[in-house]
Write a protein that binds this ligand. Structure first.
Ligand code: AMP
Length: 424
């Protein structure tokens, strides 16, 4: 049998309802905050990701699904959304006449990482980006949005972590101080970090290898090296989060894996998902639009790991499985044909009906109705058919009533809609 590819997964019925619920709540929230949906392609020119994410990042170095298309041009399955949204913003001049724009998108991403729980090779992100506003206050808006989404999903064990990554004016001094420090701890770093030390020293700060974490405990902090502009922006972010009652932790090891970040970086972390603690992450990227050939326009954004968010919500509240409103136990070919007609008509009115067209006994059909959790069963046997009626059984109270076949579709609608509105 052909199995799915390692690191890829199916989202099956029973699970997908939760994804739909999260998506609905997220969309509502984005739209209330004035974000517009944007849909971007799944594949882009490889160059786009190399230039934005950075050549020395794990993603570009070893995780992208890159291949030549039939004409030899290198293309890549998108590993994240920001680069593509920036490309679209520049290509379609979405900055004109008003550079201040807010977008969101929901869809799959592809990274060839080592698969484990919470880490997949095809995973989904809910992504939001704000262009054209330099103030750290919009970073706060994004963090506020994330925290609100978590609240609406009843998540308790999540918290916001923030840091500032400085800007091209202050980061070089910090990088130099960090590199000196990393040289001084020498062989205590893992082989990956020894390589990162020279090429991308900031990445050493978020290495998860225990010996590296220990080695960097005394590392210099970017927060001590911020220029005046970055310092006052970070102060504004903290002050505004406090005013909005958003609890946060200053996390000087939060550096994010991508090159394009400047100033505020943030993550929503949880203690409930083991090693994969980051549910969402983002930050400001003031130079990316310009670096990709657009005008000098600042931007900020985040990506939520949809898979992890869904796992977290499921841990907190197991989701009820969808149940039919009615099961029709039809016996004999004529009854089955009638039942089938009713299902189609009732479906138009949003009433979910199941039946059995396999000529099973009444007993086995009642068992199935029970298993599906149908609150009502309509029994239509040959005797009932001859008498021009069917029997409606309330599965909870076990009461049975006869219903004339004449107006049965409308009568069922009335009965079931009444029950639904009583249940709220
Ligand atoms: P990043 O684009 O790396 O900042 O990721 C943003 C969020 O996407 C993370 O916080 C994770 O929740 C999620 N994420 C990233 N990589 C994966 C993956 N391989 N599998 C599942 N979720 C992921």
């Amino acid at each position: 049998m052909i199995q799915l590819i390692r690191g890829f997964k199916d989202i099956l019925p029973g699970e997908v309802e939760l994804w739909q619920k999260i998506e609905r709540i997220a969309r509502e929230l984005f739209e209330d905050f004035g974000f517009n949906e944007i849909r971007i392609p799944i594949m882009e020119r490889t160059e786009l990701f190399k230039r934005s994410i950075g050549e020395d990042t794990d993603i570009v170095e070893k995780e992208m699904y890159t291949f030549p298309d039939r004409k030899g041009e290198l293309v890549t399955l998108r590993p994240e959304a920001t680069a593509s949204i920036c490309r679209a913003y520049i290509q379609h001049k979405l900055y004109s006449p008003d550079p201040a724009q807010k977008f969101y998108m929901i869809g799959p991403m592809f990274r060839r990482e080592r698969p484990q729980k919470g880490r997949y090779r095809q995973f989904y992100q809910i992504d939001a980006e704000i262009f054209g506003v330099q103030s750290g206050l919009v970073d706060v808006q994004l963090i506020f949005l994330l925290v609100t989404l978590c609240k609406r999903l009843d998540l308790k064990d999540v918290g916001a972590h923030i840091n500032s990554l400085g800007c091209p004016a202050c980061r070089p001094q910090f990088k130099a101080a960090l590199t000196d420090f990393l040289v001084s701890v020498g062989d205590k770093l893992c082989p990956d970090c020894v390589r990162r030390r020279d090429r991308n020293p900031l990445r050493v700060l978020d290495c998860k290898v225990p010996s590296c974490r220990e080695a960097i405990t005394g590392a210099p902090s970017l927060l001590d090296h911020l220029c005046d502009g970055c310092r006052s922006d970070f102060d504004l972010v903290m002050e505004s989060l406090t005013k909005l009652d958003v609890p946060f932790v200053i996390d000087k090891q939060l550096v994010r894996g991508l090159d394009y970040y400047t100033r505020t970086a943030f993550e929503i972390q949880t203690t409930s998902l083991g090693a994969q603690s980051a549910v969402a992450g983002g930050g400001r990227y003031d130079n990316l639009v310009k670096e990709l050939g657009g005008p000098d326009i600042p931007a900020t954004g985040f990506a939520i790991g949809f898979d992890r968010l869904a796992e977290l919500v499921a841990l907190n509240a197991p989701q009820p499985v969808q149940q039919p409103d009615l099961f029709v136990a039809a016996l004999g070919a004529k009854s089955q044909t009638l039942a089938f007609e009713w299902i189609c008509k009732l479906g138009l009115d949003g009433i979910r009906v199941e039946t059995d067209l396999a000529d099973k006994s009444l007993k086995s059909q009642m068992k199935r109705a029970n298993r599906l959790g149908a609150p009502y069963v309509l029994i239509l046997g040959e005797n009932e058919l001859e008498a021009g009626e069917a029997v409606l059984r309330n599965m909870r109270t076990k009461d049975q009533t006869s219903m004339s076949l004449e107006n049965i579709v409308d009568d069922i609608k009335f009965q079931i809609k009444g029950t639904k509105s009583q249940l709220g």
